[in-house]
Write a protein that binds this ligand. Structure first.
Ligand code: NAD
Ligand code: TYD
Length: 359
């Protein structure tokens, strides 16, 4: 897609990947257009994530709107006001454990919200033929793998949690908008991300913060579930590559070529945190505790990203070693950040919903 993007609406920009993407636009890509961050600020958001961007660009090239994607009328008015030519859609309920306990919010945001935003997109496309709708999705829509094989773009959808079912549903609505209405869409399905600004409920920051406060490290089931990890900066780069070079109507898988069992990951994190804090690793390893498994816990994810790699020339730049060291350094430098990030709210939620599981 050769068209230059001038005004990008980022939904969910106060969350983990959305915030990283906005930083990436301004700091890595030197993006000269406008960025409008539309986020209704759920528990998962943190406005601190964009403080430095606010300070530098607010009112000139960066605009924040506290609005829900479910409010199509306001979203359309904002898009018209800023002559938005691109929507990059991150906003979602994103945590599998929460989707098991409270699936309704996932249906409302991920399915109905995406539908509402597509309706906005259709109106914008009527006025501007260069408009494009980029939908950020997950590899979890493909289901769970056995010991061999990888998900390709042709793998049939087989979502197994309320989260992945709601994301699968949104992917279908996005694709349907392309085929039925000719809305120019792009979709990427990415593996597990890690890096700065990730909510403490997700595995890597969850374990880091628990290690630092001497709490038990809860590993679900036998710890042998496998995830494919990608440094968030590499994901942001993939999104930009697809947005600028991808073929409209196509889907691209994005992965890290980095499959690790959960227990190995937690052990490696213990070693790293020990090195960074000059503490004996055994002190952290002794905190590992196997807890009851997540219901319907997907066993293994593995991504074949040869399409984006061969067609668009993207591949991850960070090895796990490099990515995790950057991440750790960031979390160790940001002790104030975790406190502003609803950490206490999360601990209360875990305590009331999971009893012992949260540790
Ligand atoms: P996150 O939970 O950290 O952030 C989600 C953001 O969306 C929050 O700022 C929240 O306030 C906002 N939001 C939620 N509902 C909203 C609504 N109705 N209107 C406006 N804003 C709303 O999520 P994340 O981990 O950054 O994930 C972003 C996207 O990437 C999601 O669509 C997710 O499915 C997808 N994804 C995530 C991963 C991962 O490893 N985190 C991997 C692949 C794909
Ligand atoms: P998570 O970060 O929730 O991502 P997802 O479920 O979307 O893959 O979890 C990653 C893996 O880590 C998953 O297999 C569940 C497991 N896990 C634990 O074992 N303990 C924990 O405390 C958490 C949060 C996750």
């Amino acid at each position: 897609m050769a068209t230059e993007r001038k005004s990008i609406l980022v939904t969910g920009g106060a969350g983990f990947i959305g915030a990283n993407f906005i930083h990436h636009l301004f700091e890595q890509l030197n993006f000269k257009g406008k960025v409008i961050n539309l986020d209704c600020l759920t528990y998962a958001s943190n406005v601190e994530n964009l403080k430095s961007i606010e300070e530098k660009y607010s009112g000139s090239r960066y605009f924040f709107e506290k609005v829900s994607i479910n409010d199509a009328e306001r979203a359309l008015e904002i898009c018209n006001r800023h002559a938005v030519d691109t929507i990059v859609h991150f906003a979602a309920e994103s945590h599998v454990d929460r989707s098991i306990l409270g699936p309704a919010a996932f249906v409302e945001t991920n399915i109905v919200g995406t539908f509402q935003l597509l309706e906005v997109g259709r109106k914008l496309h009527k006025e501007n033929s260069d408009f494009v709708f980029y939908h950020v999705s997950t590899d979890e829509v493909y289901g769970s793998l056995g010991p061999t094989g990888s998900f390709t773009e042709e793998t049939p959808y087989d979502p197994r949690s309320p989260y992945s079912a709601s994301k699968a549903s949104s992917d279908h609505l996005v694709r349907a908008s392309f085929h039925t209405y000719g809305l120019p869409v792009l979709i990427s399905n990415c593996s597990n991300n890690y890096g700065p600004y990730q909510h403490l409920e997700k595995l890597i920051p969850h374990m880091i913060t628990k290690m630092l406060s001497g709490q038990k490290l809860p590993v679900y089931g036998d710890g042998k579930n496998i995830r494919d990890w990608l440094y968030v900066g590499d994901h942001c780069e993939a999104i930009w590559t697809i947005l600028t070079k991808g073929q409209v109507g196509e889907t691209y898988n994005v992965g890290g070529d980095c499959e690790i069992t959960n227990i190995d990951l937690v052990r490696r994190l213990c070693e790293k945190v020990a090195k960074f804090t000059e503490t004996p690793a055994q002190k952290f390893l002794d905190l590992i505790e196997f807890v009851p498994d997540r219901p319907g816990h997907d066993r293994r994810y593995s991504i074949d990203f040869s399409k984006i790699s061969s067609q668009l020339g993207w591949k991850p730049k960070h090895s796990f070693e490099e990515g995790i060291e950057k991440t750790l350094r960031w979390y160790l430098d940001q002790s104030n950040w975790s406190r502003t990030q609803s950490g206490e709210e999360y601990q209360r939620w875990v305590a009331s919903n999971y009893g012992k599981r949260g540790g």
